[in-house]
Design a protein around this ligand. Sequence first.
Ligand code: SF4
Length: 220
Amino acid sequence: MSSSETIRNIYLSLHAAYGNRDWWPAVDGFEVIVGAILTQNTNWKNVEKAIKNLKTADVMTPIKLHELPREQLAELIRPAGYYNIKAARLKNLLDWMVENYSAGMESISALPDWQLREELLAVKGVGPETADSIMLYAFNRPIFVVDAYTARVFGRHMLIDEYADYHQIQELVQSSIEPDLKIYNEFHALIVEVGKNHCKPRPKCQGCPLEHLPHQVEEV
Ligand code: SF4
């Protein structure tokens, strides 16, 4: 089986097992942007608490968050962990939105893919995974998001070696599955699901939806 066939097989097997994940769990694109920063190095439950705090404080708009002093923002997002760093990163993103686009999601939506990605990556604290999560889930661009689970699953299924970087893994998927918003949206979420349930540091291959595909796990 070629790498491309294996990638497509992984997608189909995960989708058959878990169904549509319907990500991202947010009410609108701006909430996705905030969540993409808050979810760095923490689980989603903590992000939900932080977002709830922002909503309760009635500051969940680009302008209100931009005007909020950084210390107050940090306090409100404390449940998400690394709250001082994340407050600074959110502020950087908000500066970009407000100073360049008057906080208008529509104006940002009009940017071509390459420019949107380039501008997001130029914001301090926004790396490829965060930028692509925002591209895919906030602005509906068919871009595959790579995360640590993707690298682990693909590594164990011998699709990549240990030196593969973000772009190589992304290219592997994007050259195996034609750009498709719905499939890329689901595929990332499905990989997170199998990573949380089975492909942990100590893998639980028995009963895993990908157990039937060739894989090799390291001794832990
Ligand atoms: S747990 Fe095992 S079968 Fe499942 S994705 Fe990881 S390596 Fe593959």
